[in-house]
Design a binder for this molecule. Structure first.
Ligand code: GLU
Length: 412
């Protein structure tokens, strides 16, 4: 199944429950605009490299479109289309005044030097600068991009349009970035893990937690949860799985990875296992925080976790979702679980537009409130209609986008 088909399947499960008319479904799933551009940039050896860049603007009925930029070899138009649509539902679930978009380039940035990534980013901006802006479409970091890439993006965009840091979020803190933006997605995942396990009557000390991915999202979630007394018994990154049944020393692993180019390669404070071992481990809570589609029909039956929190975008495909739901596994869906990142992006944009800077405490408090309100709404909806948390989240999101669409005059 292609990524956009998976996302639309989840959309349709909720649209069915809402009894939504066919014309409206078509209107809401069809992206407003899809752009593919040539990104031709100079390698350090003088050769010209040509790759494809994408920006999909899915929906703007609730506000300017918003979503990250992903640099990864698997990026193609269909993946970006699916991720753009997820952003529309994500911003609606947490009720921030944005629509959804996503962009990216199909390349592995680890094969490029820092200067090459900068040149590629600047060319990408040259190609798409007319369709992004603080009132239309606001990019942000995603897999393979970081605050430095945001800085280059902003600098190049401002060459055409003048000073306006609100054109992009996830910027360096010293250059109009928000305090707490980098930790925000992982922190939001951690905050909701605490709420969810409380609802499920599992005490933190009993909740053996396993996290796939130790990048920006996975590492901050691990930190938050170990501080909240959850035993984080395994984490993995590209170098393999690191395991300790009594709980890993997350603080030590974070500083090791930081000093080691953001990788755990060579870390010796835990038992080593192959990367694939992690998903099927005996645990109470599984947090996939890396790529999409890692849980599919071939491995779904071997998953032993009773609860899964989708920190990555789209880690469970619909076939696996059906298998896991039949096994009564509780799944907190991506559009709610990982919305902390875009929520603090919104706070960054607000600060930029007000030329006023919030303290880290304020960012954390407002993030906590936004995530908690959204979680409580989704939980109530799921309990009162006896439906999955995913369908409940999609129903709330879709109803809000539908309402905005109708208020804009689109109705039969
Ligand atoms: N890339 C992140 C996401 O998938 C953040 C998007 C943003 O901050 O706009 O939610």
């Amino acid at each position: 199944m292609r990524p956009s088909e998976s996302t639309n399947l989840y959309f349709n499960q909720a649209a069915d429950r809402l009894g939504m008319a066919e014309w409206l479904r078509k209107l809401l799933v069809t992206p407003k605009r899809e752009v593919t551009v040539q990104v031709a940039f100079e390698r350090d050896n003088g050769q010209i490299e040509t790759v494809l860049g994408f920006r999909v603007q899915h929906d703007n009925s609730r506000g300017p479109m918003k979503g990250g930029l992903r640099y990864h070899p698997a990026v193609d138009l269909d993946e970006v289309r699916s991720l753009a649509s997820l952003m529309t539902w994500k911003t609606a679930v947490v009720e921030i005044p944005y629509g959804g978009a996503k962009g990216g380039i199909g390349i592995d940035p680890k094969t490029l030097s820092r200067k090459e990534v900068e040149r590629m980013t600047r060319v990408f901006v040259d190609e798409i600068h007319e369709i992004v802006g603080p009132d239309t479409d606001i990019p942000a970091p995603d897999m393979g991009t970081n605050h430095e890439v945001m800085s280059w993006f902003r600098n190049q965009w401002e060459k055409y349009h003048g000073f306006n840091p609100a054109v992009i979020t996830g910027k360096p803190v010293e250059e109009y970035g928000a305090r707490g933006r980098e930790e925000a997605t992982g922190r939001g995942v951690g905050t909701l893990a605490v709420k969810l396990m409380k609802r499920l009557n599992v005490r933190p000390e009993q909740c053996r937690t396993v996290i796939q991915g130790f990048g920006n999202v996975g590492s901050h979630a691990a930190k938050f949860l170990s501080e909240a007394a959850f035993p984080v018994i395994a984490v993995s990154d590209l170098s393999g799985t690191y395991y300790n049944p009594k709980g890993l020393n997350v603080t030590e692993m974070l500083s090791y990875s930081f000093k080691n180019g953001n990788q755990l390669t060579g870390y010796s404070g835990a038992e080593r296992m192959p990367g694939e071992a992690l998903l099927e481990m005996d645990c109470d809570l599984l947090i996939p925080a890396a790529l999409g589609d890692v849980i599919h029909k071939e491995n779904a039956n071997r998953i032993r976790a009773k609860t899964i929190i989708e920190a990555a975008n789209g880690p469970i495909d619909p076939e696996a979702d059906a298998i896991l739901s039949a096994k009564k596994v509780t799944i907190l869906p991506d559009i709610l679980a990982n919305a902390g990142g875009v929520t603090v992006s919104y706070f960054e944009w607000v600060q930029n537009r007000q030329h006023y800077r919030w303290s880290l405490d304020r960012v954390r408090q407002e993030l906590d409130r936004t995530m908690t309100d959204a979680f409580e709404n989704v939980w109530q909806q799921s309990a009162s209609l006896d439906i999955s948390l995913r369908t409940a989240a999609f129903m709330l999101a879709i109803s809000r986008v539908q309402r905005a669409t109708e208020l804009a005059g689109m109705s039969h």
